[in-house]
Design a protein around this ligand. Structure first.
Ligand code: TK8
Length: 338
C-alpha cells in the first residue's frame, strides 16, 4: 500500500478505537428497552422508532438494545402509559392527547386551530412552553424526552363529503380518549365516540362508527382509505406525539445512559418530522389514487367552526392554566408578526 493509503487506514482505525474507548469509558450496562407504539411498522411512527433504536444501539456500542414494538402490541396509548408509570415497560411514543388524564396541561395541544404551520409547531413544542408541559410528567412517573409530529388532523367518513359544519350532524365520529376532542366534535354537531386507536380500523370496517380524524400519514399507513370514502382537509388541530420513558426505570440509569436516550430521542425527532412532512406532502395524491374523494374545507367554514368552539377554548384554559395559555398566545402573536 502507498504511504497515503497506510496513513488513511491508520487514521481510520485510530478513530474507530477512540470511539469504542469512549463507549468503554462510559457507564453503560446491558439493557433491553421495550419501546411501544400504536401504528404499524410501515408508518412514520414505525420508521422513526427504528431510527431511535439504531441510534441507541450505536451510541451504546451495542449494549443498549431497543425492541421497537408497534401496532399496539403492548396495548393502546393509555395502557402503555400505565405500564411505564408502574415500571413494567421502559419506553413508548404516543399522542399527547391521550395523556390528559395524567397531565392536564397536555390539553394545550388539543386546542382546535391553535397551530397553523410547522414553524409554529416546532417553536412551541421545542421551546419553553413545550418544555414546561413535558416537565409536568415527572411528578406522574413519566419522563418526556421529545415531541415527534403526528401532524395536522383531517376528517374522513363513509357517509358524505363534509363541506360545511352542518354536514357533521349525526355522523358517528371516533375521537381519541380526550375531553377536548370529545367536546369539540359534539359542539360541532357530530356524534362523537371516544375509542382507543387499536380498535379503530375494525370499528370503521363494521360501521360501528362512520368516521374518524387523523393526519394524512396515518390515514395512509393504517389503510383507512379501504373503509372510508370521503376525506375533508380540515387541518383542525396539530397533534404531537411524545417519546417517554418510565421514571421508575429512568432513575436507575446512569447519566451516560440517560444522555444516550435523550440524544437519540432528539435525533429521531428530527428524522421523524422531516419524514412525516415529506410523506404528508404527497399523501393527498396517494389517497386520491387509492379511491378517496377529497375536498377542502373553505376558510369561511373553518372560521365558523372556530367561532362555534369558543366554549371549548374556555375549557382548555381551565385545564392548562391562564399563564401558560397567555404565554402561548403571546408566542404565536410574536411568530405571526415576523
Ligand atoms: C397511536 C395514536 C394515534 C392518534 C389516535 O397510538 O389515536 O388517533 O392519532 O396516533 O396515538
Amino acid at each position: 500500500p502507498t504511504l497515503l493509503r497506510r496513513t488513511l487506514v491508520a487514521a481510520a482505525s485510530a478513530a474507530l478505537l477512540s470511539a469504542s474507548f469512549a463507549t468503554l469509558a462510559q457507564d453503560i450496562k446491558p439493557r433491553l428497552i421495550r419501546f411501544g407504539y400504536g401504528l404499524n411498522e410501515q408508518s412514520n411512527q414505525g420508521r422513526a422508532a427504528k431510527v431511535f433504536a439504531d441510534a441507541v444501539e450505536k451510541a451504546s456500542g451495542g449494549k443498549m438494545k431497543v425492541r421497537a414494538i408497534g401496532a399496539s402490541a403492548l396495548g393502546p396509548d393509555v395502557q402503555m402509559q400505565n405500564s411505564l408509570i408502574g415500571g413494567a415497560q421502559e419506553m413508548m411514543v404516543g399522542s399527547t392527547a391521550t395523556l390528559v388524564g395524567i397531565t392536564k396541561e397536555m390539553a394545550l395541544w388539543d386546542t382546535p386551530f391553535l397551530i397553523s404551520n410547522a414553524k409554529e409547531a416546532d417553536t412551541l413544542l421545542d421551546g419553553p412552553i413545550g418544555d414546561k408541559i413535558r416537565a409536568k410528567l415527572q411528578d406522574k412517573g413519566l419522563v418526556g424526552l421529545a415531541y415527534w409530529e403526528n401532524g395536522f388532523r383531517n376528517l374522513t367518513n363513509s357517509k358524505r363529503a363534509i363541506t360545511k359544519m352542518e354536514d357533521l350532524g349525526g355522523i358517528k365520529l371516533r375521537v381519541m380518549q380526550n375531553n377536548v376532542f370529545l367536546e369539540s366534535f359534539k359542539t360541532l354537531g357530530a356524534n362523537a365516540v371516544p375509542m382507543a386507536f387499536s380498535e379503530l380500523f375494525s370499528a370503521l370496517e363494521t360501521n360501528t362508527v362512520d368516521g374518524q380524524e387523523n393526519p394524512f400519514n396515518t390515514i395512509l399507513s393504517s389503510k383507512f382509505y379501504e373503509v372510508q370514502k370521503y376525506m375533508t382537509v380540515t387541518n383542525h388541530v396539530y397533534s404531537p406525539w411524545i417519546v417517554m420513558a418510565s421514571k421508575k426505570w429512568w432513575d436507575q440509569l446512569s447519566k451516560d445512559e440517560q444522555k444516550i436516550l435523550s440524544d437519540a430521542a432528539i435525533a429521531s425527532r428530527d428524522f421523524e418530522r422531516k419524514d412525516t412532512r415529506d410523506e404528508a406532502s404527497r399523501a393527498v395524491a396517494d389517497l386520491k389514487a387509492k379511491g378517496m374523494q377529497v375536498n377542502e374545507l373553505s376558510p369561511a367554514e373553518a372560521g365558523r367552526m372556530r367561532d362555534k368552539l369558543t366554549r371549548v377554548y374556555a375549557l382548555i384554559g381551565a385545564d392548562v392554566g391562564m399563564d401558560l395559555w397567555n404565554e402561548t398566545q403571546a408566542e404565536l402573536a410574536k411568530l405571526r408578526k415576523k
